[in-house]
Ligand binder design. Structure first.
Ligand code: SF4
Length: 45
C-alpha cells in the first residue's frame, strides 16, 4: 500500500513527516487514509 511519502503532494520536512497542502502528515501514513483521496504517485525523476 502506498504511503504519503510516495505521494506527489508530499513535501518532506524530515524523515518522519512532511507537508501536504499546508498540513503536516506522517511519512508512513497509509494513502488509503488520505482525507481527500488525493493520492497521486510521485513521478520518478
Ligand atoms: S494528498 Fe493524501 S496521500 Fe498525498 S500526502 Fe496528502 S494526505 Fe498523503
Amino acid at each position: 500500500m502506498p504511503q504519503c511519502s510516495e505521494c506527489s503532494h508530499y513535501e518532506e520536512i524530515d524523515e518522519t513527516k512532511g507537508d501536504c497542502f499546508g498540513h503536516e502528515v506522517a511519512a508512513d501514513r497509509d494513502s488509503e487514509e488520505c482525507p481527500t483521496q488525493a493520492f497521486e504517485p510521485r513521478e520518478n525523476e
